[in-house]
Design a protein around this ligand. Structure first.
Ligand code: MSP
Length: 518
């Protein structure tokens, strides 16, 4: 039979502004995307995962000026911080794009020229209130008190210039038709409805160049203007594929994106402007957009511009990256905002990760050690019901991922973790061990615990990959066998000799008191 190629799955994060250091809000977007990317690898798909940095425009130029750097120095420095963050987050992206890459800049010029050639770009004059934190124009009615940006609370300035315009208004009906023909295009549904009503309400043409901003990609037919940073940035999703892998053009293999992930603040750019640009350029639209909520601090969105941020690095250093990945997945539910608190974080760490998952591993390994000399018994085949519960969990987790409900996927997998902790209490292996006639029951229990733990762990691998790999190592299972097929009951290495390991989620002592403190 002919070999069937693995289906492609192309997933993107937004590219991060390099105006300041990354915070937990950015970490959240990358983590969510990485979890989805890893899950699709578990399905055996041909995944390509893209992330990177958005480096042009007024916002970056102004923040560079404030600290006395050139825009390029500033972009180099902060882009590296975001690249480092990706590593620390255990993100498995296949490429990290920078909009200052010459290949990207040339690609942007090519696509913008194609839209121009198609007749959808014209010259006009424009006046509006500009917020450089948003990199967007607003009308008088959209402003906050005292002519400030309604989102950032920072002053806006009046900008009036001759620009190049994209005929966005002409795409209203085609966009509506696309929304109506593809009801699941934007998830969750509330965001879809929000985007659809923006379109239905009528669209203004969009100014896509700037006469006064030098830090950007020149308009190919008008050297006096640079391309509006949002147009430049959106096109990264397309330009990257041509040069991400040296000597290869991945465009045909991966275009269009299977899933684009982003926070709700950039819905309009991705769900209204982006598809219209692609239509104008004659390119296929992404298959789905996943819009997540905000990580809040003290009831407000974390934002670099307002300074209301939590630095992810200290938490990761203290608790490990998996703790942060797990916490954010559980705490910020799909379609909702969630609040980051140190207490909530510590609660889930010691409650769910240490006491539930960590403890299950610990009990399993030590009982197999104590009662069976460290070797997991062969499956006596009696726990059909548990096998069925595991198979059912694989299906529900998969379905949750289909709906992009990651919090639900985590909860569904955790049902197994709790199930097998309960099994320890129900079967009380320490009692079985005292009765030689019940040796078969003890074998069954120890096998089922090891197998249940192995399968549950594979289901949460996309969320807490490093811990799961260590856990599989302790069970003497192959830590690279984390596919969904491996999550079948009985698919593990039989009669493995388990080995105790240091706690997966060690107890973290409260901060040491200061030297000399009472
Ligand atoms: N550069 C643009 C995106 C261009 S994509 C073509 C941008 N950058 S950003 O750095 O401001 O934001 C990047 C991502 O981080 C977005 O998905 C945004 O929603 C997310 N977050 C930033 N702060 C956030 C929270 N406090 N909570 C959750 N996500 C938030 O926008």
């Amino acid at each position: 039979p002919p070999m069937t190629a693995a289906p492609p799955f192309y997933i993107t994060t937004p590219i991060y502004y390099v105006n300041a250091d990354p915070h937990i809000g950015h970490a959240y977007t990358t983590i969510k995307s990485d979890i989805v990317a890893r899950h699709h690898r578990q399905r055996g798909e041909d995944v390509f995962f893209l992330t990177g940095t958005d480096e042009h425009g007024a916002k970056i130029a102004e923040s560079a000026e404030r600290v006395g750097r050139t825009p390029r120095e500033h972009a180099d420095l902060l882009s590296a911080r975001f690249r480092d963050l990706g590593g620390v987050l255990a993100s498995t992206h296949d490429f990290f794009i920078r909009t200052t890459d010459p290949e990207h800049e040339a690609g942007v010029q090519r696509i913008v020229a194609a839209i121009h050639d198609a007749g959808d770009i014209y010259r006009g004059s424009y006046g509006g209130w500009y917020c450089s934190a948003c990199e967007a124009f607003y009308g008088e009615d959209d402003l906050g008190p005292g002519r400030t940006c309604a989102i950032h609370g920072t002053p806006v300035r009046w900008v009036e210039e001759e620009n190049w315009f994209f005929r966005l208004s002409a795409y209203r009906d085609r966009l509506l038709a696309h929304y109506d023909a593809n009801p699941g295009w934007v998830l969750p549904a509330a965001r879809r409805n929000e985007a659809r009503s923006m379109i239905e309400g009528g669209l203004d043409d969009l100014s896509i160049s700037r006469a006064q901003i030098e830090w950007g990609v020149p308009v190919p037919w008008d050297a006096g203007q640079t391309i509006y940073v949002w147009i430049d940035a959106l096109l990264n999703y397309r330009t990257a594929l041509a040069y991400a892998r040296p000597g290869e053009d991945l465009t045909a293999r991966y275009w269009p994106p299977s899933l684009q992930v982003m926070g709700k603040d950039i819905l309009k750019f991705h769900a209204v402007i982006w598809p219209a640009m692609l239509m104008a350029a004659g390119l296929e639209l992404p298959e789905r957009l996943m819009i997540h909520g905000y990580v809040l601090k003290g009831g407000e969105k974390m934002s670099k511009t307002t300074g209301n941020v939590v630095d992810p690095f200290p938490f990761i250093e203290r608790y490990g990256i998996d703790a942060l990945r797990y916490y954010l997945t559980r705490e910020v539910r799909f379609g909702e905002d969630g609040t980051f608190t140190a207490e909530g974080f510590e609660g889930r760490y010691s409650g769910e990760l240490a006491n539930e998952l960590g403890n299950l591993l610990n009990r399993t390994v030590s009982m197999v050690g104590r009662y069976r000399d460290g070797v997991v018994p062969a499956d006596p085949g009696g726990d059909r019901e548990l096998a069925a519960e595991v198979d059912a969990a694989v299906v529900t987790v998969r379905e949750a991922f289909d709906r992009l409900d990651l919090s639900r996927a985590a909860e569904d997998a955790w049902v197994l973790v709790r199930r097998f902790n309960r099994l320890v209490e129900e079967r009380a292996p320490w009692k079985l061990a005292k009765d030689p006639e019940r040796a078969g029951d003890l074998d069954q229990t120890l096998f089922s615990l090891a197998e249940g733990l192995r399968t549950a762990a594979i289901l949460v691998w996309p969320i807490i990959p490093g811990s799961v790999e260590r856990l599989l190592g302790a069970l003497r299972q192959d830590p690279t066998r984390v596919g969904l097929d491996d999550a079948r009951w009985g698919a593990g290495v039989p009669q493995a000799r388990v080995a105790p390991i240091p706690p997966l989620f060690p107890r973290i002592e409260p901060d040491e008191p200061e030297e000399g403190a009472a």
